[in-house]
Design a protein around this ligand. Sequence first.
Ligand SMILES: NC(=O)c1ccc[n+]([C@@H]2O[C@H](COP(=O)([O-])OP(=O)(O)OC[C@H]3O[C@@H](n4cnc5c(N)ncnc54)[C@H](O)[C@@H]3O)[C@@H](O)[C@H]2O)c1
Length: 125
Amino acid sequence: MILVTGGTGYLGSHTCVALAQAGHDIVIVDNLSNSRVRVIDRLESLCGKRPQFIHGDIRDAALLDRIFADHPIQAVVHFAPRRPGDIAQCWADPTLARQLLGWKATRGLDAMCADAWRWQLSGGA
Ligand SMILES: NC(=O)c1ccc[n+]([C@@H]2O[C@H](COP(=O)([O-])OP(=O)(O)OC[C@H]3O[C@@H](n4cnc5c(N)ncnc54)[C@H](O)[C@@H]3O)[C@@H](O)[C@H]2O)c1
């Protein structure tokens, strides 16, 4: 059985589908701070089996102890919570990407939005 933290979020839910399709049983722990519980219904319809869902926060050590005591967890895939350095943060502040990766932003956010808008107006061509 695989524990997926943040399993109702964007990456977590896609990973749950892939894990279920590969034949793994999954248990999800998510505090729903950035996702909806109806994702579980969607996962059930995509996977053919309802994943176990625990509504809780991964900072709750007692909860994690209980989850590990109650389930035969063999692996953990950790998607909660958001980390500094993810896409949204990199776009908002490219300083870390420049320091760590040597990436340099060539356009500011205004220029990128204007470019995206031009692309939309052109029908996405
Ligand atoms: N999406 C990307 O492009 C991307 C890129 C690089 C890294 N990441 C990292 O991957 C991870 C998942 O990204 P995502 O886009 O799926 O984010 P997301 O916000 O869609 O999913 C995170 C999930 O974790 C839950 N969560 C948040 N804090 C929690 C807590 N304390 N306890 C339990 N659940 C909690 C949220 O409710 C949500 O369902 C994040 O750490 C993110 O920083 C994402």
